[in-house]
Design a protein around this ligand. Sequence first.
Ligand SMILES: NC(=O)C1=CN([C@@H]2O[C@H](COP(=O)(O)OP(=O)(O)OC[C@H]3O[C@@H](n4cnc5c(N)ncnc54)[C@H](OP(=O)(O)O)[C@@H]3O)[C@@H](O)[C@H]2O)C=CC1
Length: 253
Amino acid sequence: MKRIGIIGVGEIGRAMVVGLCDEVDTSPEVFLSPRGARTAAELSSRYENVQVCADNQEAVDRSDVVIIAVRGQDRHEALAGLRVDDDKIVVNVMSGVANDDLRQTLGTDAVLVRAIPLPSVRERRSVTVTFPSHPVTDALFERLGGAQPVADEAAFNVFSTLTGTLTTHYAYLAALTSWAVGQGIAPADADRYVRGLFQGVGRALSDETRSLHQLAADHETPKGNNERIRTTWFDAANSQALDKALDGLLVDL
Ligand SMILES: NC(=O)C1=CN([C@@H]2O[C@H](COP(=O)(O)OP(=O)(O)OC[C@H]3O[C@@H](n4cnc5c(N)ncnc54)[C@H](OP(=O)(O)O)[C@@H]3O)[C@@H](O)[C@H]2O)C=CC1
């Protein structure tokens, strides 16, 4: 396994380190940038193969694969003046930052791979979309739950748009809970019930022999309660509003 540097040790940087290092037989050497100092210190004390570097350049120099995981707006400050030799492999996880843009900032001919790791890489349970496919980065993300290379950056952006819907899903569950509380149900009871309900739904998703439409149909009695809510709330107007929001995000990526 290659030596891995991480520039930007926040939520996603931490999730990747934990996924790579926690309870595995062999883990790579990991070199962290110093910012996000508390998280970096915690990770280096937890895993003996993880070290915090004096600066971003040292993290790059000691690594074969460099993961750029700062917020997009911080990239110029984080990367300005950084020397990235052409034999490195750079993984760009910054949402909305194209590889051409990053190449200009870094001024390198190194291989650049975009990736969308999600927080569940922490448990090695998340499939990570990548572009372009590269054997080293595909192997890296296989260790974290799977790699799904896509054909071009346009397809990458479609998947990136899909990842923008995650917190809406949680907010939907919170809205259902609030509605029940409004009907007089104790908050803890409503919360526990909604979580359990949708954990069951989540587990059913792992049955890939059934299409999503089939799964919906299997949960629905004709003219029953589920059909009623689906057709009265997730109606054509609501569905079009969702498409419009997704189209808008895709255009802006
Ligand atoms: N969170 C997610 O689910 C996902 C995030 N991403 C992408 O990953 C990137 C990071 O997101 P996330 O982890 O949530 O963000 P965080 O804000 O949690 O982490 C960003 C980290 O970058 C550090 N940083 C800021 N400036 C510098 C610098 N000059 N040099 C080195 N490190 C620096 C920050 O340090 P400090 O705390 O000291 O400011 C912080 O630790 C974003 O571009 C985002 O689009 C991609 C997929 C999913």
